[in-house]
Design a protein around this ligand. Structure first.
Ligand SMILES: Cc1cc2nc3c(=O)[nH]c(=O)nc-3n(C[C@H](O)[C@H](O)[C@H](O)COP(=O)(O)OP(=O)(O)OC[C@H]3O[C@@H](n4cnc5c(N)ncnc54)[C@H](O)[C@@H]3O)c2cc1C
Ligand code: FES
Length: 270
């Protein structure tokens, strides 16, 4: 089954019902909005107005990280890196959040008998947690490979153990798990899997996606990735979120055509 398109996006106001500090600079907001919780698909994102003032003027995109369809909430998980995320980190329980969503397409489901391999670089874990949640609910076998620069973000790892998703972890500095990057870890461990039964789902920085593309090339491994380009308008007008097509025949726009793409269809820069 291929990547799924289609959006039921709308301008909405949600209410923050819980705020979590995962580390000093990684935060999670739980937003009550039953319609979004009910309709969101893994891979989709919301475009959030991060402050009540005009600074920053543009909304910021965040993957839907987890949903609770019955309780009516969804989570976003983010790193505080600039004006928008600094402002968002000030939001407390009870605050209202103005967002557009759910936006974009979504990841596919594995074919019968395929094992899902989730590959996350840093906070690329955000959309993959939602995907893992759905796989777990549907008894789809999944294995997470997750790499971070240091040990700190792994306090979050128990969320995956609870979902019975096997995990293999790597750190660039060797402070936890495998010493090296997540693609080196996959190269080491993936020989245990039969390649015709694997479907890879990835999200992370461009160098990771490029290494993954090189690794899967010629191996007949299906591989989809959620891209995190810079966005301005978020709905196909500014052309700011372009990504080159692999066949050099122009560009895709991440906000409209993605954010999930088949890795073989795109060129990865950076
Ligand atoms: C579809 C989609 C889903 C996303 N999901 C998440 C998520 O779940 N969690 C999360 O933490 N982030 C996510 N991002 C990235 C997030 O939108 C940016 O981190 C955010 O816009 C930064 O805003 P800011 O105002 O804090 O930083 P800015 O002040 O705009 O930028 C600060 C610094 O970060 C760099 N930067 C900004 N945006 C990006 C980006 N998209 N990719 C790489 N570098 C960037 C800038 O070049 C600058 O150096 C997602 C992006 C997209 C397109
Ligand atoms: S963000 Fe403007 S076209 Fe995609």
């Amino acid at each position: 089954m291929g990547i799924m398109a289609g959006t039921t996006a709308r301008l909405a106001t949600g209410k923050i019902i819980e705020k979590f500090s995962i580390t000093n600079d990684i935060k999670k907001l739980r937003i009550y909005h039953p319609e979004t919780a009910k309709s969101a698909l893994p891979g989709q994102f919301v475009n959030i107005r991060t402050s009540g003032s005009n600074t920053p003027l543009l909304r910021r995109p965040f993957s839907i990280n987890l949903v609770h369809r019955k309780q009516g909430w969804f989570d976003i998980l983010f790193r505080v890196i600039g004006r928008g995320t600094v402002a968002l980190a000030q939001f407390e329980s009870g605050a209202e959040v103005d967002f557009i969503g759910p936006l974009g397409n979504s990841f596919s489901f594995p074919e019968k008998k395929e094992t899902a391999i989730l590959v996350a670089g840093g906070l690329g874990i955000a959309p993959l947690e939602f995907l893992g949640q759905i796989f777990s609910e549907r008894n789809i076998s999944a294995h997470l490979f997750w790499g971070n620069q240091t040990q700190a973000p792994f306090v979050y790892q128990e969320n995956f153990s609870q979902k019975k998703i096997r995990t293999s972890l790597a750190t660039d500095d060797g402070s936890f798990g495998f010493h090296g990057n997540v693609i080196q870890l996959i190269e080491k461990e993936l020989s245990h899997f039969s390649s015709d039964k694997i479907r890879v789902y990835a999200c992370g920085p461009n160098p990771m996606l490029r290494a993954l593309k090189n690794f899967t090339r010629g191996k007949n491994i299906a591989c989809e990735a959620s891209l995190e380009t810079m966005m301005a308008c978020g709905f196909g007008v500014c052309m700011g979120c372009n990504v080159a097509k692999a066949d050099n025949a122009g560009y895709f726009y991440v906000c409209q055509d993605g954010p999930v793409f088949d890795l073989k269809d795109i060129r990865i820069h950076g």
